[in-house]
Ligand binder design. Structure first.
Ligand code: ADP
Ligand code: MG
Length: 384
């Protein structure tokens, strides 16, 4: 039985583990939290910090292959452990090196002639002042590393706003940063490409994503985009996957501008929140696809079933009312027949904006799928 290690025992790791179990693999988890959602799914749970070389080395040594559910682990450390233990890491540390830093990610796009917005790398106070003097407003300032779900980013509407943010950025030493032009977005979409060790790829349909407060609110399938845009998005995503030499999954997030221009926003070399919709909507889910790659099982394109699908995130916010925690009202599920999956991740504590779960609605029209999702959100939030 193949032993697959996953760095991070959150929801992505758990759903990947479910798929690995389906194919008869053994799963090993590593996480810093002893009560992480995956901690109780397998007898093979390693608890340690992300910089604990000894513990990480023991973990790699116990596994036949290792992957990760998030990107903020030291590339140098991982690389040296891979060299020492000879346990392969998929996707490789080289891929992480490019994708975990917004500056190297955008430089990669430039070097490979892939479409990217205008950006300025910022390494110190002088760079920051210069960037603010020469930029157009609105623009978006982001930390180069460590940001997710909109954390570590600021939308700036004017030079005055930019100036008043400066003291905080400098005192909290947020460098390196990147300043991006603000794209007037018509649609956000994402595309997952799977690539195996032989360099063969398989694709998923393109997902349409709606963000609120910089966090994914819902994903829709099929996306309301032209066949041409869909083909172009898949072509760019595939090219990036080959150029980065990914073994595993590469998710590419895109902006389609109001002028119908396509921009790559960012990459995630792992399963992606938007692709949870494939659990129900497609012939092969993203987690099954990834499991197949890790276990050397052949892959093929994942195709969309009939119907319209809407995947919605359940954030910590609805567990919290007037500062107190409350339960979700799951009694209402029987009045929501169009909901075919509600998955709660088993996190210990609800925190505002923390992803606690997701659900998937299905209907024979797009508007009805969206309406079913809205109704469930309301019902979950209703008093028990
Ligand atoms: P994260 O790592 O938090 O997902 P993103 O760079 O994807 O960071 O930003 C989160 C969201 O913020 C995007 O999905 C988009 O809605 C908005 N956003 C980010 N950058 C830009 C930009 N340059 N122009 C317009 N909107 C943006
Ligand atoms: Mg993003």
């Amino acid at each position: 039985m193949k032993k697959v290690g996953i760095l991070g025992a959150g929801q992505l790791g758990c759903m990947l583990a479910d798929s690995l179990f389906k194919f008869g693999a053994e799963v090993y988890f590593y996480d810093t939290h002893k009560n992480a959602p995956g901690a109780f799914r397998t007898p093979h749970f390693f608890c340690g910090e992300w910089n604990d070389k000894e513990q990480l080395t023991a973990f790699f040594s116990a596994c036949d292959v290792v992957t990760y559910e998030f990107e903020n682990v030291s590339v140098e450390l991982l690389d040296s452990i891979v060299q020492n233990t000879r346990t392969p890491l998929y996707p490789s540390a080289k891929v992480l090196e490019v994708t975990q830093n917004r500056i190297s990610e955008k430089n990669f796009l430039l070097e490979n002639n892939l479409p990217v917005c205008q950006f300025t790398p910022i390494f110190n106070k002088i760079d920051l002042q210069n960037a603010f003097q020469s930029t157009f407003f609105p623009c978006i300032l982001k930390t180069a590393t460590g940001g997710y779900d909109g954390k570590g980013q600021w939308k700036l509407n004017s030079i005055d706003e930019a100036k008043s943010l400066m003291p905080q950025i400098i005192s909290e030493e947020k460098f390196p940063l990147i300043l991006e032009e603000f794209i007037p977005i018509y649609k956000e979409v994402s595309c997952v490409i799977a690539r195996n060790k032989k360099g063969e790829t398989a694709q998923f349909p393109v997902f349409e994503n709606e963000h609120r407060n910089h966090i994914l609110y819902q994903t829709l399938l099929p996306a309301e985009i032209s066949k041409e845009v869909e083909a172009q998005v898949q072509k760019i995503a595939k090219e990036a996957c080959h150029k980065l030499n990914v073994t595993g999954l590469l998710t590419t997030e895109f902006f389609i501008s109001q002028k119908n221009k396509i921009y790559v926003n960012e990459f995630a070399p792992r399963p992606h929140n938007s692709a949870h919709i494939t659990n129900i909507a497609c012939s092969i889910s993203q987690f099954d696809m990834f499991a197949r790659i890790l276990l050397d099982i052949p892959i093929s394109n994942s195709v969309l079933h009939q119907n319209f699908y809407c995947m919605g995130n359940i954030l910590g916010d609805i567990y919290i009312k007037q500062g107190h925690s409350k339960n979700l009202n799951l009694n209402s599920w029987n009045q929501n027949p169009d909901i075919i999956e509600i998955r709660l991740y088993g996190k210990e504590r609800a925190v505002e904006k923390r992803k606690m779960g997701h659900f998937i609605a299905v209907h024979n029209s797009r508007n009805n799928a969206i309406a079913a999702a809205e109704k469930l959100r309301k019902d979950l939030d209703a008093p028990n």
